[in-house]
Design a protein around this ligand. Structure first.
Ligand code: BES
Ligand code: ZN
Length: 875
């Protein structure tokens, strides 16, 4: 049976119906042959309602036989229609349905279902990949106990893994060249959590003793030669297990936990029950081969997938509209984990910055959708920053509104009440509120109104107006919230917005933090009895980034500088600086430098950079970081990426030139800590990176040489910082540094992807020709999404080449997406979102992108990519 992509078939939440059968257990038999794999599946089926047809899904399967209670089904007893198998009148009593299918993992380039990566066979079933393995309802509300037998050649596939407990493994009696393994997973699970891995893998072993004293075997499986790079991931796993016990009281529930690293993988990692599968870039790492940022990312992804064991696996999603139930919650949990282990303040800034630069952009464009969408064509297109990061923000707002203790009581009830179930986001909110034993009246907000956050797309804006009576000391704050129209949602209603705020003293002394809940379109807060003075007290707003909204600064420049120097909330302090950086960069991009403000910023920076200034290098580096391009584009009348790029280069050049003596002084002070192992020395390296980028932009030859030397050095963080500092500058050090990085790491695909990305992002005049050469490079693997994303993502981030005035960058990207789509729809449709900002460009630029989109739309595309392209053409 083949996959006939049904055009425009929309799946709607309102059409949800429970599956009319339960399938308490499934037995799967995989016979791995030379090229093909034969899959025998026996489903125990129990009808839940009278006389309903049984519907199963299958894609790219060769159906060899189908039996009901051991009897071959007559052709008249079932209908095969594209990817659907229908048995119109199944028995009204429990029965066993046995199917035998053949699949070809080597021909499967989609990286969904069972596929080959290197010499191994591996699976990816979320969201709808299980139907590429066998006939099954393949929906998350059908939960079964799985028993799996795998049989394969012993030499080619010495390791045979699946979910749950290994019951037995050994040679086949008839044929000593072959062996088998039998796995049993005692927990009910949906098909998307099924996994199988077969290959010649090396195992790294460790263990974890749970708080109730059970010993869990931890096994990490990697390709031969990669064993030395596994200890960071293994340590991260142990920290995650300990954290979930300590904070949520949740223990791991099986005797073994397996993790496999795979080179060819569409996503970052996957939480299959007790058999997590990771993109190898998120496993293989040490300080010499990965940056600090990558080490932190690995720690958080390992935690994320581990945390899914409860938030996702033990409690799963009823349907894919509930995706944020597991993803938003698990992102929230991994954010808290990282905040606890490192710096809560800096983590919050990272998350806020990420939200502003990716989620806000999504929310403002043609693919905007609510955290709980009500319709989709391809579910793979909905693994978005809105479902993940905005979903996590909604949970964080609940915590802010309820307070930590009550919120955690709610979480405990959620995990108890829904264990073993497929739940909804409504179930989640209900459990949180009930567990918090929050009385409607003392809640301080209306839960139904809060739930609008799940259904309304778009980023709300809060306008703030301030009036100050200098003689009486009365401060009046007026708030007005609005949410812009988004595709399919022209009208918006007011939301529940928690606003954490404080007033600072005249010299920046911290004031008491308070919570204000905004829930009307307009409301007013009057504060009386403040000390009368000419200027109002400085206002610290949306502390800890208490809601995922835009707001317009009411503070004047003096106040912003005061907050930038003194606000005791790390987010609000950083944000005051961001307001200033934004103003400076936007002015430069529009061709009118704000010299006064630049002078004042230089003054402030002198204070911070001086040795007696800001002493925490990580904080300082964060304060000095420019706002992201996406954020700035959204503030321009006509988004102009090349102008923003030039503005950033120009400002860095100015800062590097004017502040050179102070910057060098800081660099020297940082040097002794640079060689410390992560997480130590991280702030020092981060600050060094910022300083290098400023001084390099100012043409400081000594720094160019220092950067070039770092590429040979022992720290990947510094090597990549050096390359980033040199990248915008047309100098021989840049070319030498790139060459040197390539020479050093050419044998290591995961690291070389970083080189591909940097090369593609280098703003050279012959940039497009270089990108073409990269795609034809002998070490470029077109089947590895990491490599494709490195080159095409690097190009998309190359302001001068991608956004070339003749449109060549756009057309080239469109042609590449069409090619990628032929083999890997998931990767292609994600890539297609690089065009999502096009409606905000100037008319000439819009016309060029439109050509590229038309080129895409005229091609034969997958359902996934077609959905994205169509949205962008409408938007
Ligand atoms: N369940 C997802 C992975 C996934 C999603 C696989 C869709 C296939 C299709 C996993 O838990 C996840 O969310 N992974 C993220 C990383 C995470 C830290 C946010 C990823 O893969 O990017
Ligand atoms: Zn996840």
């Amino acid at each position: 049976m083949t996959h006939t992509a049904s055009l425009n078939s929309v799946v709607r939440l309102s059409d949800y119906k429970p599956y009319p059968f339960s399938i308490p257990s499934i037995s799967l038999d995989f016979c791995i042959e030379e090229r093909l794999v034969q899959v025998t599946s026996s489903l125990q089926v129990e009808p839940l309602a009278d006389s309903q047809p049984l519907i199963l899904r299958g894609v790219d399967l060769e159906l060899l036989s189908i039996q009901l209670d051991g009897k071959v089904l007559d052709a008249a007893d079932f209908v095969l229609d594209g990817s659907l198998l229908r048995i119109p009148a199944p028995p009204l009593q429990p029965f066993t349905l046995t199917t035998v299918c053949r699949i070809d993992p080597h021909a499967n380039t989609s990286l969904e279902g069972l596929y080959a990566s290197g010499g191994m066979l591996t699976t990816q079933c979320e969201a709808e990949g299980f139907r590429r393995i066998t006939l099954h309802p393949d929906r998350p509300d059908v939960l079964s106990r799985y028993r799996v037998r795998i049989e394969a050649d012993r030499q080619r596939f010495p390791v045979l893994l699946s979910n749950g407990n290994a019951l037995s493994q050994g040679p086949l009696s008839g044929d000593p060249s072959r062996h088998e393994a039998i796995w049993d997973d005692p927990y009910l699970k949906p098909s998307y959590l099924f996994a199988l891995v077969a290959g010649d893998l090396r195992e790294v072993r460790d263990h974890f003793v749970t708080r109730s004293g059970r010993e869990v075997a931890l096994r990490l499986h990697v390709e031969p030669g990669d064993e030395p790079y596994t200890s960071h991931a293994m340590d991260s796993l142990k920290r995650s297990m300990a954290w979930d016990e300590k904070v949520y009281g949740l223990e791991y529930d099986l005797d073994e936990f397996n993790t496999v690293a795979v080179r060819h993988f569409n996503m970052g990692a996957m939480e299959n029950k007790s058999l997590n599968i990771f993109n190898s870039k998120l496993v293989l790492a040490d300080a010499e081969t990965a940056t600090d940022g990558e080490l932190e990312r690995i720690e958080s992804v390992v935690a994320h997938e581990y945390f899914h064991n409860w938030s996702g696996n033990r409690i799963t999603c009823r349907d894919w509209f509930q995706l944020s139930l597991k993803e938003g919650l698990t992102v929230f949990r991994d954010q808290c984990f990282t905040a606890d282990l490192h710096s809560a303040g800096l983590k919050r800034i990272e998350d806020a910055s990420m939200l502003r630069n990716s989620q806000f952009r999504e929310d403002a464009g043609p693919t905007a959708h609510p955290v709980k969408p009500d319709a989709y064509q391809a579910i793979d297109n909905f693994y978005t920053t809105t479902i993940y990061e905005k979903g996590a923000e909604l949970i964080r707002m609940l915590r802010t509104l309820l307070g930590e203790e009550r919120f955690m009581a709610g979480m405990r009830l959620y995990f108890q009440r829904h264990d073993g179930e497929a739940a909804t986001t409504d179930d989640f909110v209900a459990a949180i509120l009930e567990g918090a034993s929050a009385d409607r009246d003392e809640l301080g907000f209306d839960p139904e109104q809060f739930k609008r956050w799940y259904h309304q797309a778009g980023t709300p804006t809060v306008q703030i107006h301030r009036a100050w009576d200098a003689s009486t000391g009365e401060l009046t704050l007026r708030f007005r919230q609005s949410t812009p129209p988004t595709p399919g949602q022209p009208e918006k209603q007011p939301l529940v917005i928690p606003l954490l705020w404080a007033l600072l003293g005249p010299n920046g002394e911290p004031g008491e933090e308070r919570l204000l809940v905004l829930d009307q379109e307009e409301e007013t807060l009057v504060l009386e009895g403040l000390s009368p003075s000419a200027r109002p007290p400085a206002l610290s707003l949306f502390r800890r980034f208490s809601a995922p909204v835009h707001w317009q600064a009411v503070q004047d420049v003096d106040e912003l500088f005061l907050l930038f120097a003194h606000d005791d909330d790390p987010f609000a302090r950083w944000d005051a600086g961001q307001q200033l950086w934004r103003t400076l960069l936007l002015a430069r991009a529009s061709g009118t430098r704000d010299s006064d403000l630049e002078q004042r910023m230089l003054e402030a920076l002198r204070g911070l950079l001086a040795i007696e200034g800001e002493s925490d290098p990580a904080v300082l580096a964060t304060l000095l970081a420019f706002p992201g391009g996406a954020e700035l584009e959204a503030l321009q009348k006509e988004a102009d990426p090349p102008a923003l790029f030039q503005a950033a280069c120009g400002l860095r050049e100015c800062l590097g030139r004017v502040l050179a003596p102070l910057l060098h002084q800081r660099l020297e002070a940082l040097a002794p800590q640079l060689s410390q192992a992560w997480p130590l020395g991280q702030g020092e390296r981060q600050l060094t990176a910022v300083i290098w980028s400023w001084l390099a932009a100012a043409g400081d030859g000594a720094v160019w040489a220092q950067a070039l030397a770092a590429v040979h050095g022992p720290s990947m963080t510094l090597a990549r910082a050096a390359l980033r500092a040199l990248l915008p500058i047309d100098c021989s050090e840049r070319e030498m540094a790139l060459q040197c990085f390539y020479d050093r790491w050419q044998e290591r695909p995961v690291i070389l992807d970083g080189w591909f990305a940097l090369e593609a992002a280098t703003p050279r005049t012959d940039g497009l020709a270089r990108v073409e050469a990269l795609l034809a490079h002998p070490r470029f693997d077109p089947m590895a999404p990491n490599a494709v994303r490195a080159v095409l993502g690097g190009l998309a981030g190359n302001p001068l080449v991608f956004h070339a005035a003749n449109g060549s960058g756009y057309r080239f990207m469109a042609a590449q997406i069409i090619q990628v789509d032929q083999r890997n729809a998931i990767t292609a449709s994600r890539m297609a979102k690089v065009f999502s900002r096009w409606r905000s460009y100037a008319p000439e630029r819009q016309a060029l992108v439109k050509q590229a989109l038309d080129q895409l739309a005229a091609a034969e595309l997958s359902t996934n990519t077609r959905e994205v392209v169509a949205l962008m053409q409408q938007g």
